[in-house]
Design a protein around this ligand. Structure first.
Ligand code: Z5A
Length: 214
């Protein structure tokens, strides 16, 4: 689906409050200081339609959507994002830094819902329909103990969304899912200990990016 990719595609993943938004901004600033053009985007979102779908997905009651419906909505937002933002930026030679991407679908809808989770085969079929045979160049997975991540989210003093008011078991399954995804994709994913200062994590991410791409 993209045959003139010039930039790199880096995704940030992890459980609640792991520090993805903080770290993605720090990397964006570092790249800009180095003269490397990058765009910072997020899922669900990143386009007008994607942001409208985000509003549908994040607001309301926890059980507002069936897990399959959620995957369909995330996939529709992802297709818009890929076609209208991510591929064009990569073709222009910009790097794309994305706050969450398809591993979130696998971790949240594929594992964390337990017996109500969507099968990984179905998630994979929808990925191929909405994105095709295209994957991030690097996925940074921030790992943090559940209690610490949730306490950071509460400390932010912002309204909580549908995914931030689940039972503790949900977040434990989520953490295990991210560890398992990282182990299954060792060439693409790097698991990073997020229970450190923002600056320590940032410097590990910069070293990693320099080793891989510079
Ligand atoms: N979702 C899904 O289910 N399926 C999918 O396919 C996709 C998404 C794509 C989007 O929410 C939701 O959609 C998401 C999964 C679901 N679930 N939730 N919620 P979102 O985009 O609104 O939120 P998020 O991605 O989950 O972000 P977050 O976990 O709430 O936060 P974060 O980005 O990981 O952390 P942060 O905002 O950078 O930091 C949190 C606080 O901690 C903040 O006050 C920071 O200043 C502080 N912080 C950050 N780093 C540190 C360190 N190192 N030390 C101390 N304090 C820190």
């Amino acid at each position: 689906m993209i045959n003139n990719k010039k930039g790199f595609f880096i995704t940030f993943e992890g459980g609640e409050g792991a520090g993805k938004s903080t770290q993605i901004k720090m990397l964006h600033e570092y790249l800009s200081n180095e003269g490397i053009a990058s765009i910072l985007t997020r899922e669900p979102g990143g386009t007008k339609g994607g942001e409208a779908i985000r509003e549908l997905l994040l607001t309301g009651e926890g059980d507002k959507w069936d897990p399959v419906s959620e995957v369909l909505l995330f996939s529709a937002a992802r297709r818009e994002h890929i076609l209208k933002e991510i591929f064009p930026a990569l073709s222009r030679g910009q790097w794309v830094l994305c706050d969450r991407f398809s591993d979130s679908t696998v971790a949240y809808q594929g594992y964390a819902y337990g017996s109500k989770s969507v099968s990984l085969e179905e998630i994979d079929i929808l990925y191929r329909i909405s994105v095709g045979n295209f994957y991030p160049d690097l996925t940074i997975v921030l790992d943090i103990p559940v209690e610490e991540g949730l306490s950071r989210v509460k400390g932010r003093n912002e309204a909580i969304n549908r995914f931030e008011a689940k039972e503790i078991e949900f977040y434990e399954k989520l953490r295990s899912a991210y560890i398992s995804i990282s182990k299954s994709n060792p060439d693409r994913c790097v698991l990073i200990d997020a229970l450190r200062s923002k600056e320590e994590i940032n410097s590990e991410i910069i070293s990693l990016v320099k080793r891989r791409f510079c």
